[in-house]
Ligand binder design. Sequence first.
Ligand code: GAP
Length: 489
Amino acid sequence: MTKPTDLMSKIMSLCKRRGYIFQSSEIYGGIGGFWDYGPLGVELKRNLKDAWWRDMVTAHDDTTAPDGAPAPYGMVGLDSSIIMHPQVWKVVGHYDVFHDMMVDCRTCKARFRADQVPDSECPRKPSKHPGEHGECDLTEPREFNLMFKTNVGALYDPSSEAFLRPETAQGIFVNYRNVLDTARVKVPFGIAQIGKSFRNEITPRNYTFRSREFEQMEIEFFCHPDQSQQWYAYWRDQRFAWYTSLGLQSSRLRLRDHSPEELSHYSCGTADIEYAFPFLQEGDFGELEGVAHRGDFDLKSHMEGKLVRQGDGFVLELDADGNPRYAGSGKDMSYLDDQTKERYIPHVVEPSAGADRAALAFLCEAYTEDMVPDNKGDLQARTVLKLHPRLAPFKVAVFPLVKRAGMPEVARDIYRELKRHWNVYYDEGGSVGRRYRRQDESGTPFCVTVDGQTLDDNTVTVRDRDTTQQDRVAIADLVSFVRERIERA
Ligand code: GAP
């Protein structure tokens, strides 16, 4: 059986070889925690984000309660800026509490996350854990804020300090009033956003899993406080089902409730959707998405100022003079129900997913080694990416069997026709067996081959990536055949 670490090395090697993922600035030796998506990777990630946007926003039916939902609800989208007013991060607590505890080695200048010291490696040789070499001189754990700082405008002083957003969520909260006033939405409703977030992680690790620049797909769902637990339960199940609908096996996925000590400062309940990534030890899972019940923490903070926990609730944090430590906007974030005439601050359920982690999970899940017969019927080992057709970078590849006898011309016509519907790849180089193998590794679900018979009866073969079974299909039926197979997947 392949060891988890060997499997991960194979997946990373395929991702490099086929142009899925490259190290950022690789020609200069790379930069830790940053990754680039190559020609196939960018298509996979785009398809993933499009599937999320379609399933969560544009295909959502605002008029009917989906299975498991307490009521019908509206969904709208948003694209807010990455750099926001610095007060945003002060009132919601990221400025004060968004940090990891870190430990520095005064001798070798290496930096470790305090909770990861026992699993980290000291850069000195022979390989040991930090603190185990005689010369190691570790500091006490110290706070390290994860937000990247920058300066806005010509002045480079504290008054111009700003931050790259560490989550897309706050862009939604600060626009809640704008959306309410312009989009004709009524509570319950959700605002969805996809975008880049940045965290200066102390120890980026496990390939793209913990990066310093990554993309999030977040929904802030606004509901009546009395219904918030039902909505929380709905979103946990709904989001779990989304991953399985795109091919993640539920045996490698799990929903895990946070213990009270693990909860973020804003959360009164969080469940993580986790995946058994191959770089983890057997039985361990890594977070793909958090579904959090944030209560009215964010809207209230933006209204009143930075809050601190007191008992079961939150109160305004005051400075030594009795003024708010960080003042809110003073804008009214309450909602008036025009039917019941009740005015309240909505509670929020937040499904917050990472596009890069999801892409990595789908790649890990899809990676398969199997044996398939070649054209002589002999079994050959192959590597195949069994990506869901909605996610696959190319849906179809088109080949002429040989580069003569009019086959390339027919194949190119088919390629152009299919390209009107999907991303399609044309290949006439090498034996057809090698072309199949290239597409298997790239994750292309269907290969169409133009052969001698095509010239007689206008039919082609369509090979299924996963079963390698071939069907003979009339060129005139090809689009509907492929469409039906994609939709059936
Ligand atoms: N707004 C809530 C929030 O940001 P989070 O659990 O910190 O919650 C949500 O992040 C998701 O963003 C995670 O489940 C993960 O998929 C992704 N994510 C967070 N940090 C990441 C990192 N350093 N690299 C890649 N993805 C990350």
